[in-house]
Design a protein around this ligand. Structure first.
Ligand code: AKB
Length: 317
C-alpha cells in the first residue's frame, strides 16, 4: 500500500458528508478524496465521486482497490425519525454497512475507519444532565439501538482484530451549507431558512426540549481531529461523548430574534418530540478533551451569528 493517504467518504451527499468531503479535499488534496453516495451530487464536485451503496459490498471493494483507499469515513445512516418509519431498513443499513467496512479493515484492505455514533444511544433511564461517558444506555429508537450495537461491534473488532476504528457520539449538528434529513434535531437547521424567508417557523419539538447541539465547523474539526490523533491517544473504541452547547427551540428562537426581530416561532409538536424526550439535555465529554484534545469553538450566539451571516448572503436578505 502506498504511503499517500487516500480517503473514501461514504454518504458524501449528506448533511455532514457534504462539508466533511470538501474540508478533507482542502486539507489533503481533492485528488486524494473520493466521495460516494446513492446518487450523483446536485452540483459538480472537486473530489472524485462514485455512485455506490454501502450495502453493495462488491462495488465498494472495487472502489477501495481502484483508489487504494487507506481511510474510510462511514457516514451513511438512517437517522432517528426516518428510522422509526423503516425499522428493517434502518437496521440493515446502519449495521451491515458498518460490518462491510470493518471486514475490509480485517482483510487489511483499508487502515483506518471513522464511524459516528450518536446521543441517541442514551434513553429515558440515562441521567438527563452532564451525561458521563459510562452510564446507562437503553435507547428507545431503532437508530439508537443500531448505534449502540455498532459501538459494541467497533470495540469488538478493535480488541479482537486490532482494527483502528474511531468514533464520536454526535449531538444534533447544525450548519448552513447543507440540509439534514430524517433526524429529530433537523428543526434547528430548518428554523434558519424559514426565519430568513418567512420570519416564521412552526417547530415540531416542544418549546423547552433542550438537547445537546453542535456547530458543523466544530463537528468537522472533531471528526478530522479524532482521525488524525496519534493512535495511542485513542483510548475508547466504542465511541466518545462529545459536547459543545445545549439549547431548546425557545433558546434558539430568542437568539435568532436578536438578528431578525420580527421572527416568530409556533409549536406543532409531533412524534419526534417523544424521541427527543428520551435523550439527554447535556453531555460530559471530558474523555475526548483529555485523550485527544477535543475543544469546541462555537457557542450558541456565535453559531446563530455565523449561520445568519452566511444565509443572508445566500438569500440576499
Ligand atoms: C438525529 O436527530 O437523529 C440525529 C442525531 C441526534 O444523531 N441528528
Amino acid at each position: 500500500m502506498s504511503s499517500q493517504k487516500k480517503i473514501l467518504v461514504i454518504g458524501s451527499n449528506g448533511q455532514i458528508g457534504t462539508v466533511l468531503t470538501k474540508t478533507l479535499g482542502q486539507k489533503f488534496g481533492f485528488e486524494n478524496v473520493i466521495g460516494s453516495d446513492l446518487r450523483m451530487p446536485d452540483t459538480p464536485t472537486k473530489f472524485i465521486f462514485e455512485e455506490c451503496s454501502v450495502l453493495n459490498k462488491e462495488k465498494l471493494e472495487r472502489i477501495i482497490n481502484r483508489y487504494n483507499i487507506s481511510d474510510v469515513y462511514l457516514l451513511a445512516a438512517y437517522l432517528s425519525a426516518k428510522g422509526e418509519k423503516n425499522i428493517d431498513k434502518a437496521w440493515d443499513l446502519n449495521m451491515n454497512g458498518l460490518l462491510h467496512i470493518l471486514n475490509f479493515a480485517k482483510e487489511k484492505k483499508i487502515q483506518k475507519i471513522f464511524w459516528p455514533s450518536s446521543i441517541a444511544v442514551f434513553g429515558p433511564s440515562t441521567p438527563k444532565n452532564n451525561v458521563p461517558q459510562y452510564t446507562i444506555t437503553e435507547p428507545t429508537t431503532i437508530y439508537g439501538v443500531s448505534k449502540l450495537a455498532g459501538e459494541t461491534l467497533c470495540n469488538y473488532y478493535h480488541s479482537k482484530f486490532g482494527i483502528d476504528i474511531r468514533s464520536i457520539r454526535y449531538p444534533g449538528i447544525i450548519g448552513w451549507e447543507s440540509m439534514p434529513g430524517g433526524g429529530t434535531t433537523d428543526y434547528a437547521v430548518d428554523i434558519f431558512h424559514e426565519a430568513l424567508k418567512h420570519q416564521e417557523y412552526t417547530c415540531f419539538l416542544s418549546r423547552d426540549r433542550t438537547l445537546p447541539m453542535m456547530y458543523m465547523n466544530d463537528a468537522i474539526q472533531a471528526t478530522i481531529g479524532i482521525m488524525e490523533a496519534q493512535v495511542d491517544k485513542i483510548k475508547i473504541r466504542t465511541s466518545y461523548n462529545l459536547s459543545s452547547c445545549h439549547f431548546s427551540p425557545n433558546d434558539l428562537a430568542e437568539e435568532i430574534k436578536k438578528h431578525i426581530p420580527s421572527f416568530k416561532i409556533k409549536y406543532k409538536v409531533d412524534e419526534r418530540d417523544t424521541l427527543a424526550q428520551g435523550w439527554p439535555s447535556s453531555i460530559n465529554d471530558r474523555h475526548a478533551r483529555n485523550d485527544w484534545g477535543w475543544e469546541p469553538n462555537f457557542n450558541l450566539s456565535q453559531i446563530v451569528s455565523d449561520i445568519i451571516l452566511n444565509l443572508r448572503n445566500r438569500y440576499k436578505k
